[in-house]
Write a protein that binds this ligand. Structure first.
Ligand code: GDG
Length: 496
């Protein structure tokens, strides 16, 4: 579905002060999809692209990203094909080509085998590899070079996420006048964990090239400040809980909880076509009087195996729900080249088989496991059809699925069971909060959630929805950009 530029986005050109926004991220915002003999431009799914794409469209910004096209067709060739087929790419995209060796070291290696487990507190899955680090440094240099080549000191350069933590400083070294923002989409860990990284100082120096550093929650912000203070003594001076001075520059470090496009999802959920799809879905699950739902990228941080264990425990403890409740697990393939992820997929397949083998009876299957991705419209129908969503990551920077589930319930029906270990738990306190490591408590929370009175369910959902509607993706964007403007104005006035 094409994204329309909704009214709130029309303010962003004003916030940008006529500056061009340059977004720098690992993933590209668009890719071309071949279908039979036709080509179509598809937007990459996920919160970041949904938030920033309309701004870049309305302000003709620039997006610098890795050309990860994996259909034997490089991005420049795709652009050529798009032009030939009269498909308009809505703004300038500058793709960066990486070699297979780059990808193995920078992406699969340092980003996903080292930073990802470490920052999510999976320390036993983490092992430092110097070769991966070298590759990460080299690829960050490639990104920085592309930024330096394209940017001018008037632009706002917004670097995204843990794949590119060295880029801010590498760009800053080219010119002290660049306006540089950084946003971290995953947790920033506590000092005791962060210091396990041998290149911890280099990573901090890298991020500190920014004027504004954004995290999802106040605790990630606090941990970053603590790490900078403890690991770079004498090089940073703390001004207050959100400001420090580094190399004579004042830097703002603040929480900006990312969110979803509430109105868009709410609107999709209210369509008659969605209502029809919901009815069809409900009929397609025998004995599905109550439907539970899990939606995740297939990742160990999301607690999918643990969730299946909790569902099994629920049917063990509450046998009266057998042949009444079905649980749908949507798992989107992710990082399929990393061996750990292949192993986890196999473990999940086995767990689903084991649980279904144990409980299935009379045409009823307790778990319906769908290992693929769905168009947003279909996903919204699943959200709406579900009487409860079980969102139990073992650790998660924010978690947008929890917010989308609520946005997709204009009927105030539906119950959110949410892990305390997500960034979203800071905001979504009206959910049933659970400790994802306490499996009996999660099983009990399912029982309490589905047995709550209709009044309790709708009041909880109303409070959740109000919060998400108020703190929607536009607000995230606006708050970040306004603070970015302040940060670049104050940069020179480092000392009071
Ligand atoms: C990282 C952080 C943080 C999933 N399946 C389908 C589909 N999705 C979309 C969801 C949601 C997104 O993917 C997943 O976002 P999450 O936030 O849940 O998780 P991560 O991918 O790990 O994202 C996370 C986020 O960055 C933003 O800062 O919240 O903590 O880990 O939007 O809808 N979308 C479609 N079909 C699917 O089958 N269309």
């Amino acid at each position: 579905m094409s994204q329309t530029i909704t009214a709130p986005y029309s303010h962003t050109p004003l916030i940008l002060n006529n500056r061009r926004l340059i977004v720098v991220s690992n993933r590209e915002p668009y890719h071309l999809v071949r279908e039979a003999n036709t080509l179509r431009l598809e937007k990459t799914t996920g919160g970041l692209v949904s938030a920033l794409d309309p701004v870049l469209q309305s302000t003709q910004g620039l997006w610098i990203c890795w050309d990860s096209s994996n259909n034997n067709c490089r991005f420049d060739e795709l652009c050529r094909l798009a032009e030939l087929n009269n498909i308009e790419i809505p703004y300038e995209i500058a793709p960066i080509k990486l070699t297979e060796v780059d990808v193995a070291g920078y992406y699969d290696g340092f980003s996903n085998r080292q930073i990802w487990p470490l920052f999510h507190y999976f320390t036993s899955r983490y092992a430092f590899d110097e070769g991966d680090w070298d590759s990460y440094y080299q690829v960050n240099r490639k990104f920085a070079r592309a930024v330096i080549e394209k940017a001018s000191p008037e632009d706002l350069i917004w670097i995204q996420d843990y794949h590119l933590m060295l880029v801010p400083q590498l760009v800053r070294e080219a010119s002290p006048d660049f306006n540089i923002g950084f946003f971290c989409h995953i947790p920033f860990p506590h000092y005791e964990v962060f210091r396990m990284l041998p290149t911890r100082k280099e990573v901090l120096h890298g991020i500190l090239g920014s004027d504004l550093i954004g995290f999802h929650t106040p605790s990630y912000t606090r941990y970053f400040m603590e790490c900078a203070e403890k690991l770079l003594p004498g090089q940073v001076s703390i001004v207050d809980s959100n400001t420090l001075v580094y190399k004579n520059r004042r830097i703002i470090i603040q929480d900006f909880p990312i969110s979803v496009d509430f109105d868009h999802i709410n609107g999709l959920a209210s369509l008659p076509e969605t209502e029809e799809a919901v009815q069809q879905l409900k009929q397609s699950f025998p004995h599905g009087e109550i439907i539970g739902l899990g939606v995740d990228r297939l990742d160990y941080t999301k607690g999918i195996l643990e969730r299946l264990e909790c569902i099994s425990m629920f049917f063990e403890r509450y046998p009266e729900y057998r042949k009444r409740l079905v649980f749908i697990q949507i798992a989107v393939p992710s990082r399929i080249k990393v061996q750990e992820y292949q192993k986890m997929k196999q473990e999940i397949d086995e767990a689903v088989g084991r649980i279904n083998g144990r409980y299935s009876e009379d045409g009823w299957t307790p778990i319906h496991y769908l290992y693929r991705s769905f168009p947003l419209e279909e996903l919204v129908a699943y959200y709406r059809a579900a009487d409860f969503a079980l969102v139990n990551p073992l650790r998660d920077g924010m978690n947008l699925v929890a917010k989308e589930y609520c946005a997709a319930h204009p009927d105030y029906h539906g119950v959110l069971i949410l892990s305390e270990m997500t960034g979203a738990a800071h905001q979504l306190k009206a959910s049933f909060l659970v400790n994802p490591y306490d499996h009996p408590a999660v099983a009990e929370a399912i029982y309490r959630a589905i047995n709550a009175s209709s009044e309790e369910k709708s009041i909880r959902m109303e409070v959740l929805r109000q919060n998400i509607q108020e703190n929607n993706i536009t607000r995230w964007l606006k708050n970040y950009l306004l603070t970015f403007n302040d940060a670049i104005k104050l940069r020179r006035y480092a000392f009071q």
